[in-house]
Design a protein around this ligand. Structure first.
Ligand SMILES: Nc1ncnc2c1ncn2[C@@H]1O[C@H](COP(=O)(O)OP(=O)(O)OP(=O)(O)O)[C@@H](O)[C@H]1O
Length: 224
């Protein structure tokens, strides 16, 4: 049984087709990397999985599936601390508060739990957004460019977090990224998007040892 299955999913903004006939099965415990140029439909695909837009086609979700997400700028309360923001979210989800200290530590924010959100840096906000997406061990996590704005240590931390969530909790993930090396090292499946379509599907094994930039250009350049 897949976690989510999309069949013939399309999305049009005005006269602009952002997604065209997407078929995708997300299997339990697997990580999927979405790659593709600006405007190719990665974020729109993630939003469709959440039913956060007016897509057409069918999306089936496993019964009781909870989906954690970091898409665009997550809203937090500026006057609350990082810990309080996570506590508020955990209460709204009905998930335990006692995982919050460990989660803050995992995203490298252990020392900053008491800091007011309004005083945080961009990278800290990104880390907090990832912690929030993982709260309550959701069955599926959607991360839109999760390493954006992070320093190299932050990128390494997030890589560790994704691996740990997959290994320890069996979390499935859909991660959009422009970082080829990062995505190839994390994902079981690489989905190359172009003009609203998934134009190539490769496994981690397919790309091992390959020149990723060359491969990306070969798949996504040209006028097809
Ligand atoms: N709210 C919106 N209103 C109108 N057009 C939109 C909207 N959101 C996205 N689009 C258009 O839909 C297409 C796909 O956008 P999307 O954000 O999904 O691409 P992306 O692959 O995530 O891009 P990026 O790598 O730049 O984040 C683009 O042509 C974009 O201009």
């Amino acid at each position: 049984m897949s976690v989510v299955e999309l069949r013939d999913v399309s999305m049009v903004y005005g006269r602009k087709a952002a997604l065209r006939g997407i078929d995708l099965r997300v299997e339990p415990g697997k990580v999927y990397g979405l790659l593709g140029p600006n405007g190719s439909g990665k974020t729109t695909l993630l939003k469709s999985v959440l039913d956060a837009n007016d897509h057409t086609g069918t999306i089936e979700r496993a019964a009781g599936l909870r989906i954690g997400r970091l898409i665009e700028y997550p809203a937090f309360y500026g006057s609350l601390t990082l810990r309080e923001n996570l506590e508020l979210h955990a209460r709204s989800l009905g998930t335990p508060l006692d995982e919050i200290p460990a989660l803050l530590a995992e995203v490298g924010l252990a020392e900053f739990g008491g800091l007011r959100f309004s005083r945080t840096s961009l990278g800290m906000r990104q880390r907090l957004g990832i912690a929030r997406a993982l709260l309550g061990s959701p069955g599926l996590v959607l991360l839109d460019e999760p390493t954006n704005g992070l320093d190299p240590i932050g990128v390494r931390d997030i890589r560790g977090l994704v691996r740990a969530a997959q290994r320890d909790r069996g979390t499935s993930m859909l991660i959009s990224s422009h970082n080829l090396t990062e995505t190839a090292s994390l994902a079981d499946h690489l989905l190359f998007m172009r003009r609203g379509r998934i134009v190539r599907r490769l496994t981690a094994a397919d790309v091992r040892g390959r020149d990723l930039e060359g491969l990306y250009a070969e798949i996504l350049e040209g006028d097809g």
